[in-house]
Design a protein around this ligand. Structure first.
Ligand code: PLP
Length: 406
């Protein structure tokens, strides 16, 4: 195996060591390909962790952002920002919901959702509101969102955690009912339609419908974190739409701005009027540059029919992986290939984080999450030929790793 000579120092003297970084530095990209500062080419099957919806250097997005930079980058929410109205309208129309709050990141969108849920409770006389959250969930790294996260590693060292969360397993409506039975402090159920960081675990469609019914029966908010699985990744605008339900609150971020930081909380009628002037805000949230990125991302996605592309190329990729790993799936060495559209996870029977470097050595960018799950969340412009290329590079590495004596 060819091993990449590190092009950058493995440790940085000035940046905090919050990430275990691979020893490459990327310099530029085009479509689904990126190049490092030594000129080596990589196929990008990570897309900046489900962020680069349109890939790299998309000509229309670049032109729009260049235009916007010459007009206004930032003003302030003290004034009307017409581009906010424009992006909000696009999101409302595509979600069937009603109103949007803009911020800049996923955790901020989730933080706003948690505040909405608490105020929803206080407004109806619940002094100590409680929110149902899930095992293996990931909602961000602020104190409140890491408390909602179902991963002890994310929480370790940051206690005391925020209170008011009830944790349940996914896809088990009986467990949800049992955990909330007779508890009049419950105000919301909060979950990812497909858990991302937790290992690409989809909520079953009938479970989503059961949760919706339970929320309606009890006057709870159904809050679906679509930060990773939303914005067309699964082949519909939002992953919960496969179940034919509407949430009351939906945080978005990652893919919304194709790389420009944009977060949003979309609310339905039940949650749209909870925040009043003074209740919440963000200096950067909804600034003209971010809004232009969101508007253009949606326009380009539609012009290029990227929802259909996510569906068809995603299915092609999944089939290719299943074929190439058929023996390993049969033996149980590959436990499962999960996910929908261009949000796929391959769970192995053993830890596989070494694969990220091995893939780099072979010109492919992926990530491994939850230790044993290979995550593929490429740009939504991925072609079938590029999907084949992922299979050709990745599957032999998986097979070889699984053959190594445990
Ligand atoms: C990435 C992610 C977040 C956090 O987003 P940041 O922009 O990193 O704050 C929250 N929820 C989900 C589901 C995510 O995948």
């Amino acid at each position: 195996m060819t091993t990449v000579t590190p092009t950058v120092a493995p440790t940085s003297p000035h940046v905090m060591p919050t990430y275990g970084r691979l020893p490459i530095a990327l310099s530029h990209g085009q479509g689904c390909n990126v190049w490092d500062i030594e000129g080596r080419q990589y196929l990008d099957a990570l897309g900046g962790i489900a962020v680069n919806t349109l890939g790299h250097n998309h000509p229309q997005l670049v032109a729009a952002l260049q235009d916007q930079v010459t007009k206004l980058i930032h003003t302030s929410n003290y004034y009307h920002i017409p581009l906010q109205e424009e992006l909000a309208k696009l999101l409302v129309e595509r979600s069937g919901m009603t109103n949007v709050f803009f911020c800049s990141t996923g955790l901020e969108a989730n933080e706003a959702a948690l505040k909405l849920a608490r105020k929803f409770g206080h407004d109806k006389g619940i002094d100590r509101p409680e929110i149902v959250v899930y095992e293996k969930a990931f909602h961000g790294r602020s104190i409140a969102t890491l408390s909602a996260t179902g991963n002890p590693k994310v929480q370790a060292g940051f206690g005391p955690l925020v209170e008011g969360f009830i944790r349940v397993p996914i896809n088990n409506i009986a467990a949800l009912k049992a955990a909330t039975e007779g508890n009049s402090n419950v105000v919301a159920v909060f979950f990812e339609a497909i858990q991302g960081e937790g290992g690409i675990h989809p909520m079953h469609l009938d479970y989503l419908r059961d949760v919706r019914a339970l929320c309606d029966a009890n006057d709870w908010l159904m809050m679906v974190d679509e930060v990773q699985c939303g914005m067309g990744r699964t082949g519909k605008w939002f992953a919960h739409q496969w179940a034919g339900v509407h949430p009351d609150v939906m945080p978005l971020a990652k893919g919304l701005g194709s790389g420009v930081p944009v977060g949003a909380v979309v609310a339905g009628p039940k949650a749209a009027a909870i925040f009043q002037p003074g209740n919440h805000g963000s200096t950067f949230g909804g600034n003209p540059l971010a809004m232009r990125a969101g508007v253009e991302t949606i326009r380009i996605m539609e012009a290029q029919d990227l929802l259909a592309n996510a569906t068809s190329v995603g299915a092609h990729l999944k089939t290719g992986l299943q074929k190439a790993l058929a023996a390993e799936l049969a033996s149980g060495a590959v436990k499962e290939i999960r996910g929908q559209g261009l949000m796929l996870g391959i769970e192995l029977s053993k830890p596989c984080t070494v694969l990220t470097q091995q893939c780099v050595d072979h010109g492919l960018l992926i990530s491994v999450t939850a230790e044993t799950v290979i995550r593929l969340v490429p740009p939504l412009i991925l072609t079938a030929a590029q999907a084949d290329q992922i299979v050709v590079i990745l599957c032999p590495l998986i097979t070889a790793l699984l053959k190594e004596t445990a």
